[in-house]
Design a protein around this ligand. Structure first.
Ligand code: CA
Length: 451
């Protein structure tokens, strides 16, 4: 319960009102944000969230989501009326069959029957903006907020219990590399879409254990249900996945958890809200209204007392369509790991939405975009299009709109506004450090890489 009080103490300002207006002034003095352009809110009405001048250009937008815990902030903003509170009364949340569908739908746009934006693994908005994963068609997008941290992990088929396939893989490296000689096939691992988060998490984990994910194993994109069936029948060995899959895999005795992403990189960047740039540029007030609604939802999601209702809403037939009891453990930070590992009982090990002990969750730090593109360089993904850090930084500056996040937070009177676009030096479980001021040093420090 101590962990509960830690996050709830930080989440006290999610109603517009006199106290919120006061907090803006305090924050404005202390935070000194680099790109703040909005007026101080001293003249803002104390109780009305939407002043006439701020009313959105349109009240409708179509946002895609995938039914995993990353989408909870969007779902809560819709269902608890936070989007509507800021004037976005016509938000449509559209469940996407998979990440490729989301990409194709945003390329079409809502006007063509697709979507305006929504939930993304990283760096999908950057890749779509550059036409890298859309057959050369550039669809500029803006990253507006991070949706969540954590809530992901690496599941292992039960046939590997007792072999040391856990967070630190070094002791199991010979076992995994020995598969071709001993089993007649390579150790086989899956993620849900190439060259984005879940591919990066499992690659990082393998490489930290001395296993080359491009040569020592087979690593490929497979639909989740097919992966789980493969783990059940012994043809799939590992799955880089998100809640609620890990809980199902463990409780159905299909396998166990080798690692939570919380263990690999505490409070790491996960998935983001991004929308087509043409929609944002045409509707800047509606964009900020959406961000404010999401922010308020994220604060609501992190309040432990709200988690049972969050579970009921997200598990419902319109959204994840799963039994609520499957969603409860991750939202309590209760992870049964299996294979003799201690269980987690720490709400800060599970998905978080607004703040975490390292800073803001909702704010889209540019330093995290840079890590995703540094990892893109590390593995030689899209190397014709993204060949160096200058290119990476140019793309980040075009896509990351942390300035809009700041304006929205200030206008809404929310506290917890970071004063820098960087979260600073990041440390991984194996001791490796990523300094956003010197990403080349990170690449140089890595043994297994394609550069
Ligand atoms: Ca994820």
């Amino acid at each position: 319960m101590a962990q509960f009080s830690r996050i709830s103490r930080r989440n006290f300002l999610y109603t517009a009102g006199a106290s919120a207006a006061g907090s803006i002034l305090l924050k404005g003095c202390a935070g000194n944000p680099p790109s703040a352009t909005s007026e101080p809110a001293a003249d803002a009405p104390a109780a009305a969230p939407v002043a006439a001048a701020d009313s959105p250009e349109v009240a409708t937008v179509k946002l895609g989501y995938i039914p995993i815990v990353e989408s909870a902030g969007l779902i809560i903003a819709q269902e608890k009326g936070f989007f509507a509170k800021y004037g976005m009364t016509g938000v449509e949340l559209s469940k996407q069959a998979n990440w490729a569908s989301a990409r194709d739908n945003v390329t079409i746009g809502a006007g063509g029957g697709g979507i305006d934006g929504g939930q993304w693994q990283m760096p999908m908005p950057h890749l779509i903006s550059e036409g890298i994963i859309t057959n050369g068609q550039k669809v500029p997008m803006y990253v507006l907020a991070q949706l969540n941290t954590q809530g992901n992990g690496i599941a292992i088929s039960g046939i590997h219990e007792g072999k040391g396939v856990q967070l630190d893989l070094k002791g199991a490296a010979d076992y995994i590399k020995g598969f071709p000689a001993n089993e007649g096939r390579k150790f086989k691992a899956a993620h849900t879409f190439p060259n984005v988060n879940q591919d990066f998490w499992i690659r990082y984990w393998f490489a930290a254990g001395g296993i080359d994910p491009d040569n020592d194993i087979d690593l490929l994109a497979v639909p989740p249900a097919e992966t789980v069936q493969g783990m059940r029948n012994g043809t799939m060995d590992a799955f880089s996945t998100g809640d609620p899959w890990p809980y199902r895999i463990v409780t159905d005795k299909i396998g166990y958890m080798a690692a939570l992403t919380h263990q690999i990189w505490e409070f790491h960047p996960e998935e983001y809200l991004a929308i087509r740039a043409d929609w944002v540029d045409a509707n800047p007030k509606a964009t900020k209204a959406l961000i404010k609604g999401l922010m308020e939802a994220q604060q609501w999601c992190d309040e432990p007392a709200n988690r049972p209702e969050l579970v009921q809403i997200c598990a419902g037939r319109n959204y994840f369509n799963i039994p609520p009891e499957i969603l409860t453990p991750p939202y309590e930070g209760a992870y049964t790991m299996g294979d003799g590992q201690p269980a987690f009982d720490d709400i800060n090990a599970g998905p978080l939405y607004w703040t975490d002990p390292k800073g803001s969750v909702s704010y889209p730090y540019k330093s995290h975009d840079l890590w995703f593109l540094t990892e893109t360089l590390r593995w030689g993904f899209h190397k014709d299009a993204i060949a160096d850090f200058d290119t990476a930084k140019r793309i980040i500056d075009a896509v990351n709109r942390e300035d809009l996040w700041r304006e929205a937070a200030q206008e809404a009177g929310f506290s917890d506004i970071p004063d820098k676009t960087s979260r600073g030096v990041e440390t991984f479980f194996d001791g490796t450090q990523f300094d956003p001021e010197n990403p080349q040093a990170y690449l140089d420090s890595l043994t297994i890489k394609r550069v």
